[in-house]
Design a protein around this ligand. Sequence first.
Ligand code: SAM
Length: 243
Amino acid sequence: MPTNSNFSQNHSLSPIGEIQSPFKEKFGIPRQPGLCDAVIGSIKLSGDSNNEMALKDLTAHSHIWILFLFHENLKQGWKPSVRPPRLGGNEKMGVFATRSPFRPNGIGMSAVKLIGVRQLGKQWFVDVQGLDLLDGTPVVDIKPYIPYSDSIENAHSELAESAPEHSLSVVFSKKANTQIALYQKTYPQLSLLIEQVLQQDPRPSYKQNKTDDKIYGILLYNLNIRWQVTNNQCEVLEIASSD
Ligand code: SAM
């Protein structure tokens, strides 16, 4: 595995806060930000950054960049070539040509919609929509999204020209519908969240468009969602508390 030992200068980063998101495990997280607008989460500020002055004027911007660490992958390191799931996992590409979460410095970036800034006692939060991040992800910086510079009119990508099409339609079993009603008060967007997350088809690419009788589980908040895919239709079987 390559190392960074040739760098003439090392610089350490201290997180400015951490992500609070419904995603308690990596499986099921959308592959990019903005794909599921029912994913609402927050940045919980910490240390010197937990400061009203640092957040002043942030809400003048509709969207922000979150710079963060892929902390769950840091121990595994990185490789110069990767197999992006978008290409079916069969083709190798240079890591810098991809958004792979296994990178030399483990740094990720997500542009998300800013809902607002909120204070709870002495604690400051930045609320955002459309997250693609694991709960507890360390955040190293927040920057405003600047449309005139960050949105480039004629930009194109031969490998990822548009958002992936929704590959699954999602239905809820009678049992799941009854269970959702129980959790709706705590999580008002729950059924939309489950639908948007499963529409993306989180299964490994070799399972897609094939007969698959496996029952899968994803963890959203403290809820274990069990689901199965038959003929490109995803049925949510049941929703149970994982506590
Ligand atoms: N938009 C970001 C970027 O380009 O930097 C993320 C792209 S990456 C393909 C998104 C995936 O990273 C998610 O689907 C999830 O599986 C994974 N992920 C999210 N948060 C993570 C974390 N804290 N540690 C490791 N992997 C994470």
